[in-house]
Design a protein around this ligand. Structure first.
Ligand code: FAD
Length: 459
């Protein structure tokens, strides 16, 4: 432990809960002073969206894993709670810190908080430095030929790729010199885990939050899943995708590390052939963050304002309940919703189908579904969740055309032909216990198209 006379460096961790490829942490250690790593649970700063229940569960375990990794290296993870604009300067005072370092974030309210703190701390004579860590391409560095933000994915991703290979990941520091004399909260006191009832059993079975769990996923995917990714990624019954999304969401692994792992010479020829497709999915993550950067209220407002006139229906509570609980009587929809409830995750194909069903067959505002996902997904992401909901609804950037209504029966026949996925989550399928459909899929599709016409005509 070290005295505070050495003007320690504070690393303010946010969505970057890792020690490897963490440029702010690396730079802090390289400054040669004691380092305090701070995680602030900020549920009060204006505009910052409180985490959903599944994300809180993940955060708890991610912080526990990170705290252990940091302690092993001799460092200290301090947990504090409150508004960043008061809590960070408070810690600076307590420690007599000389510098504050962080990795950049891209949401509107977060950027406001960071900019305000940057100037307050600089005025107080501190060194403040921020780093690129969580996106391969920062939103202001990629624009159309006319200097505007991209609204369409393909040219966006092409422009990103044209910038050349991303930088190499930064090594984890072998040791982190700790600070003494300050106390943080006890993680248990934050009560991030569900208790009465404890619904997290399925999440515990499905996931290993933390940096080690993230790298394990990446390695097993690259060795076992990548060789069939382009085809397999559409089949919810096969485990062909990486399941890296919650790890990326909390920054337990960086996109730079994922990228680099796919460029090593140890891939099979089949895997090599699938790398481009896999990286382009990471590209969608980048694209959504790019959109959010330019359009910060993506979860509240239609990206395409024509949709403001859409005649959404207010669903009867039992209808919404049937969707949430996976009891609509439409098997692929129900399997997806139950996967979500049990594991905090849903296969991408099923996400598109359940979202289309809610928005287009039940005519429910996409925001209602987005909120449910926000609460129940372990990978609930401020950009990708509303970005994808708006993509399905037709109101988003580069969205699916509104008249593309996923037919859940045909989708099941095509992507889960043996019914493996549906049976996994619907043990009662084919018995009297399984409900009848709550809507007629065909008739409701026709109604949706009529409603769309209303928007198009602008009456
Ligand atoms: P892989 O196929 O292995 O892809 C690798 C990574 O690429 C993912 O981990 C993810 O970071 C990124 N990615 C893949 N597809 C997309 C996509 N369509 N948009 C953005 N990034 C993508 N993804 C989230 O990370 N958080 C969300 O809150 C989220 N909400 C969604 C809501 C709806 C209605 C839909 C249709 C999709 C949503 N997605 C979301 C996108 C996608 O379903 C998940 O990223 C993917 O299923 C995660 O599984 P994976 O890690 O195995 O993906």
């Amino acid at each position: 432990m070290t005295g505070t006379s050495e003007h320690p460096t504070i690393v303010w961790l946010r969505d970057d809960l890792r020690v490897a490829d963490n440029p702010a942490l690396r730079a802090a250690v390289d400054r040669g002073r004691p380092v305090a790593l701070l995680y602030l649970l900020d549920e009060v700063s204006p505009g910052i969206r409180p985490l959903g229940a599944a994300s809180r569960w993940w955060l708890h375990h991610s912080l526990a894993a990170l705290g252990a990794d940091i302690a092993e290296r001799g460092g200290t993870l301090l947990l504090r709670r409150g508004a960043a604009e008061t809590e960070l300067p408070r810690l600076v005072d307590e420690l007599g810190a000389g510098a504050v370092l962080w990795n950049r974030r891209y949401g509107g309210p977060q950027r406001r908080v960071d900019a305000a703190l940057e100037s307050t701390l600089r005025e107080a004579g501190l060194e403040v430095q921020s780093f690129q860590a969580n996106l391969l391409v920062e939103p202001w560095t990629v624009t159309t030929g006319e200097g505007n933000p991209f609204r369409v994915f393909t040219p966006f991703w092409r422009a990103c790729l044209a910038k050349g290979a991303p930088r190499d990941p930064v090594e984890a520091p072998a040791s982190i010199p700790g600070v003494g004399g300050v106390a943080g909260d006890d993680l248990e006191d934050w009560a991030l885990l569900p208790s009465h009832p404890d619904w997290a059993g399925g999440l515990r079975e499905a996931w290993a939050p933390g940096e080690a769990g993230a790298h394990y996923r990446l390695d097993s995917f690259v060795t076992d899943g990548l060789d069939d990714y382009a085809k397999g990624r559409d089949e919810p019954g096969t485990d062909s995708t990486s399941r890296l999304s919650p790890h990326l969401r909390f920054g337990e692994i960086s996109p730079f590390q994922v990228w680099q792992r796919t460029q090593r010479g140890d891939l099979s020829a089949d895997a090599e052939g699938n790398v481009g497709k896999f990286l382009s999915e990471l590209g969608w993550r980048e694209f959504n963050w790019n959109i959010l950067f330019h359009f910060p209220d993506l979860h509240e407002r239609n990206f395409r304002s024509e949709f403001d006139a859409f005649p959404w229906e207010t669903p009867a509570p039992p209808v919404l309940q049937a969707w949430r609980q996976g009891r609509t009587g439409v098997p692929l929809v129900d399997a997806g919703m139950r996967e979500l409830w049990q594991t905090g995750y849903m296969h991408n194909r099923a996400r598109m189908v359940v979202a289309s069903f809610l928005v287009k067959n039940l005519l429910v505002d996409w925001r209602v579904g987005e909120k449910w996902f926000w609460d129940t997904l372990v990978d609930a992401d401020e950009a990708s969740n509303p970005g994808n909901w708006q993509w399905v609804a037709g109101s988003g950037a580069d969205a699916a055309p509104y008249f593309r209504v996923f037919n859940p029966v045909l989708q099941a026949a095509r992507f889960d032909p043996r019914g493996d996925y549906q049976r996994r989550y619907l043990p009662e399928l084919g018995t009297d216990a399984y409900p009848d459909p709550i809507v007629d899929v065909k008739a409701s599709r026709a109604e949706a198209l009529e409603a769309y016409d209303f928007v198009r005509r602008g009456d």
